[in-house]
Design a protein around this ligand. Structure first.
Ligand code: FAD
Length: 525
């Protein structure tokens, strides 16, 4: 076919001119490619919205934003890119809830995954098998919508992130961790099948038995191997209610040994159904918010007194959840009491709420509303998430919580909870600590927001100091939701998996056009 250089403005008069696409070479008779180009929005409003993310740290202006209505549209966009002498980059964007530009595409095309049919009742992209206990969902779907759709049948996915207004494609590209991970593994361990559009524009259905290299590559694959357009996710019968519990500790040793005891009960059915944990640094207790979605002001005062009385630099608490239904309601309190008797928290420091399953799972959604009303949601979020080997967690605590952050200003949340390594299939791209001996590692999330002027720089300095401490002390951490500025950083991140990751990239995205905001691979210039 003869290639013609097209002025797209003649096809889309209402949309501003887009210079990369204005010089895209289209075959004369390729009507399909014209249809694709007409779904690319290049107006200032569209590109400005797709230039930033939840982190508000990185800005990267794309040339256009693509609004696909089917996986075939995404395949056609990718084929259009790689048909060019200089392919343009393509970044699927779920909600853009990444912190460091991972779903952005400077000078390329951002795929707005919402347009695939999220929240549109006329387009059914959530289908389930109630017999086989799975749900097929579009990669663009929000977990909160999946929760409501599956609950209509008394079912629900088994593992949840803390926040549900993020997408299936976004969390499966990372891992998807939360308090149920000790029992069921991360979200990427609860997927039966995927539809993926590769960086070659091929639409492939993959599973552990079919195109398994692509299946495992895409899970935790940071968007590098293809665009996930459908995932088949495992379900379980959903509980109706939850005892939501927090128990406080003034010493890290009891806190971690109780957490590890609790996750060891994963198959006995006698423990919690969800286990996380938090670290409250002293200044958080004395100067932080005076109430939270869980604690009242007087309970926070009690925790502050505990810190004062014991002279500890931080208070730790385990957050647990025990699910129950009408038929188990009469025994759940006894079950909780028996479990608490086995633990070594500060006497009297037990806080229990009895809530619906949905209210429990959507707790961060309520927090979001509060933060939005206070005008502190759309602020910079220099989040740092680490996986720390169990054998070094006390060293990490001593160096970071009792050292670098000891007197840090209270500006967010610190999470800390353990998970079992054997729940992470090593064939997946997601990276976990390689310390051979440890069968448990901790997720530690420094989820802090820069609200005041100058705070971002300070938080970034503290994050750098934490990473430097881990390196210096040979702690063997891996970043979760990773960000590395250098190719060497990425090589170390993937460790032994690096050569496989690079080979799969060459196979499924040889032009390196996908998810360029991760900064792992770069298109040939
Ligand atoms: P995006 O930020 O849009 O995308 C993330 C990456 O995936 C990008 O590289 C993008 O190009 C790629 N991508 C997006 N869609 C697709 C697709 N369909 N196919 C292939 N690649 C794709 N994470 C947890 O694991 N546990 C938590 O408890 C948790 N809590 C959170 C709480 C809050 C308030 C926030 C903001 C985030 C939280 N996260 C948590 C992090 C979240 O998992 C990541 O932000 C994740 O990237 C999902 O966000 P997203 O859907 O907006 O993806």
């Amino acid at each position: 076919c003869l290639a013609t250089f097209l002025m797209i403005t003649s096809f889309i008069p209402t949309i501003n001119h887009f210079d990369i696409i204005a010089t895209v070479a289209l075959p004369d008779d390729d009507i399909f490619a014209l249809d694709i180009v007409s779904k690319i929005y290049t107006d200032h409003d569209s590109t400005a919205k797709a230039s930033s993310d939840f982190g508000h740290i990185v800005e990267a202006i794309p040339h256009g934003v693509f609004h696909p209505t089917s996986p075939a549209d995404i395949a056609a966009l990718i084929r259009l890119s790689i048909s060019q002498s200089k392919p343009f980059t393509v970044a699927p964007c779920g909600q853009g809830h990444s912190a460091r530009g991972q779903a952005l595409a400077s000078g390329g095309i951002v795929i707005d995954m919402r347009s695939m049919g999220r929240g549109d009742d006329n387009i059914c992209r959530v289908n389930m098998s109630t017999d086989e206990l799975w749900v097929d969902v579009g990669g663009e779907q929000l977990w909160i919508d999946i929760l409501h759709a599956t609950l209509k049948h008394g079912l629900a996915p088994r593992i949840w992130t803390d926040y549900l207004r993020i997408t299936v494609g976004g969390t499966l590209s990372n891992g998807g961790i939360g308090g149920q991970v000790f029992r069921h593994g991360p979200q990427i361990s609860n997927v039966h099948e995927l539809d993926v559009v590769t960086g070659m524009g091929e639409m492939i259905t993959c599973s552990p038995d079919k195109h398994s290299d692509l299946f495992f590559a895409a899970l935790g694959g940071l968007g590098q191997f293809g665009v996930i357009t459908r995932a088949r996710i495992a379900l379980e019968p959903a509980p109706k209610r939850v005892l939501w519990v927090r128990i406080a500790y003034s010493d890290v040793e009891s806190f971690t040994s109780d957490q590890e005891l609790l996750i060891s009960k994963r198959s006995s059915g006698s423990g919690f159904d969800y286990i996380e944990g938090q670290v409250q640094l002293n200044r958080t207790l004395t100067e932080g918010r005076r109430s939270s979605s869980f604690f009242s002001a007087s309970e926070l005062d009690l925790l502050a007194e505990l810190a004062l009385r014991t002279g500890s630099t931080a208070i730790y608490y385990i957050e647990g959840a025990m699910y129950y239904n009408d038929d188990t309601a009469s025994s759940v309190n006894q079950r909780l009491e028996r479990l608490l008797e086995e633990l070594s928290f500060a006497p009297g420091f037990t806080f229990v709420r009895d809530v619906s399953y949905v209210d429990f799972l959507d707790r961060v959604g309520r927090e979001e509303q509060k933060l939005r009303s206070a005008g502190v949601w759309d602020v910079p979020h220099p989040w740092l998430n680490l996986f720390v080997p169990r054998s070094r967690i006390l060293d990490f605590d001593a160096g970071v919580f009792k050292g670098i952050l000891r007197d840090a200003k209270p500006v967010g949340l610190i999470l800390m909870y353990p998970m079992n390594k054997d729940m992470w299939d090593d064939r997946m791209t997601a990276a976990t600590p390689d310390d051979g001996e440890d069968d448990v590692f901790y997720a530690v999330g420094l989820l802090r927001s820069a609200v005041a002027a100058g705070e971002l720089e300070r938080l970034e300095r503290e994050n750098a100091a934490v990473l430097e401490f881990c390196d210096r002390e040979g702690i063997g951490c891996k970043q979760y939701l990773p960000h590395h500025a250098s190719p060497d950083g990425w090589r170390r991140h993937f460790g032994e998996k690096w050569s496989r990751v690079a080979a799969l990239k060459r196979k499924y995205d040889p032009w390196a056009i996908l998810s360029p905001g991760q900064g792992i691979f770069f298109p040939a210039s």
